[in-house]
Design a protein around this ligand. Structure first.
Ligand SMILES: Cc1cc2nc3c(=O)[nH]c(=O)nc-3n(C[C@H](O)[C@H](O)[C@H](O)COP(=O)(O)OP(=O)(O)OC[C@H]3O[C@@H](n4cnc5c(N)ncnc54)[C@H](O)[C@@H]3O)c2cc1C
Length: 322
């Protein structure tokens, strides 16, 4: 055996899982089709918030554990990409959330002057906002420092992931949307998200709001690389090219709540396919035909960044339990 664990996938789920394993003493190899900055994870906004993820009972614990870890990483934002930023979740109230909401430090109802025009309720909180390209670089450095390696060797063929068990103690499948073909698991489906990054005219807080004129949400996330504007959620939409009309609609929605965004210089258009799964996240062991151990950790939908550390620790625990 040339490693104790092989992790498939170098998005936020795979890298975080690999870091937890390597820092607990395992020899870890990460096998990925794309380098970390080319993954869906690099596209994410990315705010800590359990959005479009199931099952609710398990997600709460994973989210709160991740909140704890990300809050610690925010002590070194330049290095980790994680910052604690205050903002407003317009259109939401704590009663509509799960029990986890009571455990989020400082989460409270917004007062009217903190809400955008047209909204009559909302929440205020200071939460981790993650600059994902920087965060993925950080996770990779941390993995390397703990002795782990990342191998970019193209996509594994459907079903072939189990063969990796011949050279490793455990195989951890963190391939996100790729699991649809790789496992194969037809319950895995894309939920397409399109974003526009613009030059920031001075927005310091994040804002998430339901747009009263459409079924879409809108959000503004101030990142060091620009202001991220969103968002869309297209179920079963595989299109990776940005749609100009969708970009215009996002800009228009955001400019209605922040008029100084009208005419803001566009820096980039981004599209990512959220790895959604009917039935929710799959995080469980599978005994492989040759006797090896598989651990699945995929299907994190719209909240992979929000649950990454909780899921990584549980997956590493399953791998260690054998
Ligand atoms: C527009 C948008 C905004 C988002 N905003 C947020 C947010 O604010 N907060 C939040 O928590 N989440 C957010 N998300 C969701 C989050 O990005 C995902 O849940 C998360 O990135 C999933 O991570 P992952 O590591 O499972 O998948 P990925 O990042 O897709 O990584 C999958 C990895 O598996 C590899 N792989 C796949 N198939 C194979 C194969 N056959 N062989 C070898 N390797 C393979 C890939 O190369 C890649 O390395 C957002 C997503 C989008 C699209």
């Amino acid at each position: 055996m040339d490693s104790d664990a092989i992790v498939i996938g170098a998005g936020v789920i795979g890298l975080t899982t690999a870091v937890v394993l390597a820092e607990s003493g395992s020899r870890v190899r990460v096998r990925t089709a794309e380098e970390p900055r080319q993954t869906t994870s690099a596209v994410a906004g990315a705010l800590w918030w359990p959005y479009r993820i199931e099952p609710e009972d398990r997600t709460a614990g994973w989210s709160l554990r991740t909140l704890e870890v990300l809050t610690g990483l925010a002590d070194h934002p330049e290095e980790t990409g994680v910052r604690m930023v205050t903002g407003t979740m317009a259109g939401s109230e704590t009663a509509g959330l799960g029990e986890w909401a009571a455990a989020v430090p400082g989460l409270r109802s917004a007062v009217p002057e903190e809400l955008p025009a047209g909204q009559d309720q909302g929440l205020r909180a200071t939460l981790p906002l993650v600059d994902m390209p920087t965060h993925l670089d950080y996770l990779r450095r941390r993995l390397t420092a703990a002795g782990g390696v990342v191998e970019e060797r193209g996509p594994l063929r459907p079903g072939s992931w189990q063969d990796l068990a011949e050279s490793s103690g455990a195989v951890l499948n963190c391939s996100g949307l790729g699991s649809r073909q790789l496992v194969p698991d037809p319950a895995v489906r894309p939920v397409r998200g399109q974003l526009v990054v613009v030059e920031n005219p001075g927005v310091r807080e994040w804002l998430v709001a339901a747009d009263p004129r459409s079924s879409e949400t809108l959000y503004l996330f101030p990142q060091p690389y620009g202001l991220v504007l969103g968002g869309t959620a297209g179920e079963d939409d595989w299109e990776l090219a940005p749609d100009p009309a969708t970009a215009e609609a996002i800009l228009d929605r955001c400019a209605r709540v922040r008029p100084d965004l009208r005419g803001a210089k566009v820096l980039a258009h981004r599209v990512g396919l959220r790895p959604s799964r009917v039935g929710g996240v799959r995080l469980e062991q599978e005994r492989l035909p040759g006797g090896g151990l598989g651990v699945h950790n995929y299907g994190h939908g719209g909240a992979g960044v929000t649950v990454a550390w909780g899921c990584a620790e549980e997956a590493a625990g399953l791998a260690a339990a054998g």
